[in-house]
Design a protein around this ligand. Structure first.
Ligand SMILES: [Zn+2]
Ligand SMILES: [Zn+2]
Length: 167
C-alpha cells in the first residue's frame, strides 16, 4: 500500500494493514501474512516519525531438511522519515531512540510493504529449522534422516568423522 505523506500533520495518523508477502528465494523461499499498524506523525516540516508494529505468520522451509516450517513473529519498530535527498555527508539529524532508523525519501510517498519486508527480515531467525534436533538430509542420497535411515553412513565408517562418533 502506498501512503502519501503530504497528508500527515502533527496528529497521529494510524494505518492498519494486512499484507501478504512472498519472497522467492533459496529453497522454497517464504510466504508471510502480515498484520501491521503504522502510525505517522509530523515532527518538523520535513520530518515525520513512524512507529509500527507487525505480527506475521511466516511459512518457509527448514534449512536442514526442507520440510515446511511456520513461525510467528512480532516486531516493533520506529523510523524517522526525512523528506529530502540523502545527503552525501552525515547530518546532525538524530533519532531520539537508539533503535530508530533514518529513512530519506526523495518523494513524500512510502510503500508500506518495503518497510514491512525490511522489518520482517530483521525479525526472522537466521535459519529457519523445523526442530533444533533436526538432522537434515543425507548429503549422499538426499533422504530425510528424521524419517528414514539410509546406509550411506555405514559406508563412510572410515571417514575421519567416524572417530568423532566413538568419543
Ligand atoms: Zn528439518
Ligand atoms: Zn544416504
Amino acid at each position: 500500500m502506498k501512503i502519501l505523506l503530504t497528508d500527515i500533520n502533527n496528529k497521529n495518523h494510524v494505518f492498519t494493514l494486512e499484507e501478504s508477502i512472498r519472497l522467492p528465494g533459496e529453497g522454497v523461499g517464504l510466504k508471510a501474512d502480515i498484520r501491521a499498524k503504522l502510525s505517522f506523525s509530523q515532527q518538523k516540516d520535513d520530518a515525520i516519525s513512524l512507529r509500527g508494529d507487525l505480527k506475521a505468520r511466516v511459512i518457509s522451509s527448514c534449512g536442514r531438511c526442507g520440510t515446511p516450517v511456520q513461525v510467528d513473529i512480532e516486531q516493533n519498530f520506529q523510523y524517522q522519515l526525512l523528506l529530502d535527498e540523502e545527503p552525501q555527508v552525515e547530518t546532525d539529524y538524530e533519532c531520539t531512540d537508539e533503535d530508530c532508523e533514518l529513512l530519506y525519501l526523495a518523494e513524500p510517498l512510502i510503500e508500506s510493504s518495503d518497510i514491512l519486508l525490511e522489518q520482517l527480515l530483521l525479525a526472522l531467525p537466521v535459519q529457519m529449522i523445523c526442530d533444533t534436533a533436526c538432522i537434515g538430509l543425507c548429503d549422499q542420497c538426499g533422504i530425510n534422516l528424521n524419517k528414514e535411515k539410509c546406509s550411506c553412513r555405514e559406508i563412510n565408517q572410515n571417514s575421519p568423522f567416524a572417530i568423532l562418533k566413538e568419543l
